[in-house]
Design a protein around this ligand. Structure first.
Ligand SMILES: Nc1ncnc2c1ncn2[C@@H]1O[C@H](COP(=O)(O)OP(=O)(O)OP(=O)(O)O)[C@@H](O)[C@H]1O
Ligand SMILES: [Mg+2]
Length: 277
């Protein structure tokens, strides 16, 4: 399988007055035209890994890596202009919180059209038609009406779907989806997963799927990496997630509730300092 992305020894740190925060501490993986899941507890560095690949690390953050290569292009030495051109068109990211990624003073439709028109030479009418078709594809009812709404006028789940529509409309080669379905109910969640799935299998897109939901990841992804304290502690086939060896992954699995099961007291995830070493 051809490799789309190579990440070797990626580190992201933030110098602060009281010392350096190491958000990502030497993450390595490769991605082909497949679905790679990233799981791990809150604060383990999943979003920071995605943002570094996207070139969206906040200004005071320091990103280093031995290799950060997208389709033969060295991202570390790419100019800000080259990175901007990549973003949106060839690499897209659905951010965890759509509130911060949609422009509050521009209607949803206009934002999607602008994304499309910065990458393709098409007229206003065609852009509008394609934006509405995309809103429909992510299961937004009344797409014509939603097209004209501002982000604060839609629900959280609709905002998230609008964001997904905006990212998918440019037909990226790599999509980093950070908890893309966490604000959606299960039926819409499946619709959105299906759209992403189609892009992977039909158009050969590479997908990095960040999620807390181990069950979802094990059924939806091809491979999974498990992060803990800024590091990859385990990498395995998604279908083998239930046989995970690392005690942290096992602990995460053990914390998943089953419907109809009585759990008192609730399980507590035990963390050992040596896992972070
Ligand atoms: N701008 C920042 N300045 C300093 N530290 C930061 C900054 N952004 C993130 N961090 C730190 O980086 C670490 C990793 O954060 P990250 O957002 O990647 O976690 P995550 O795995 O995505 O968690 P979650 O599941 O809650 O989204 C955290 O300890 C966080 O405090
Ligand atoms: Mg996150």
């Amino acid at each position: 399988m051809s490799t789309l992305l190579t990440v070797k020894n990626l580190k992201v740190s933030y110098p602060t007055r009281t010392g350096v925060i190491e958000a990502v501490r030497g993450v390595s993986f490769t991605l082909g035209k497949e679905r790679l899941g990233i799981v791990g507890e809150s604060g383990s560095g999943k979003s920071q890994t995605g943002r570094a690949i996207m070139g969206l690390t906040p200004g005071h953050g320091i990103v280093t890596a031995d290799t950060l290569n997208f389709n033969g292009m060295d991202l570390l030495s790419a100019s800000p202009k080259q990175r901007r051109l990549l973003r949106g068109k060839r690499i897209a990211m659905v951010l965890q919180d759509p509130k911060y990624s949609l422009d509050p003073v521009m209607t949803i439709g206009k934002q999607i059209c602008e994304t499309l028109r910065t990458h393709e030479k098409i007229g206003k009418g065609e852009a509008r038609d394609r934006a509405i078709a995309m809103l429909e594809a992510v299961q937004i009812r009344e797409p014509q009406r939603v097209f004209n709404l501002y982000p604060h006028e839609v629900s959280g789940g609709m905002g998230q779907r609008a964001m997904i529509a905006m990212m998918l409309i440019a037909d990226p080669e790599l999509l980093i989806a950070d908890e893309p379905t966490s604000a959606l109910d299960v039926t819409v969640q499946l619709d959105v997963l299906r759209i992403m799935d189609r892009l992977v299998s039909e158009r050969g897109m590479g997908l990095i799927f960040v999620s807390h939901d181990l069950r979802l990841v094990s059924s939806f992804c091809d491979r999974v990496i498990v992060m803990y304290a800024g590091k990859v502690v385990e990498e395995l086939k998604a279908s083998e997630l239930k046989n995970a060896k690392h005690p942290y992954t096992q602990g995460l699995l053990n914390c998943m509730p089953q419907i109809g099961e009585n759990r008192h007291p609730l399980p507590v995830l035990d963390r050992k300092p040596e896992w972070a070493a």
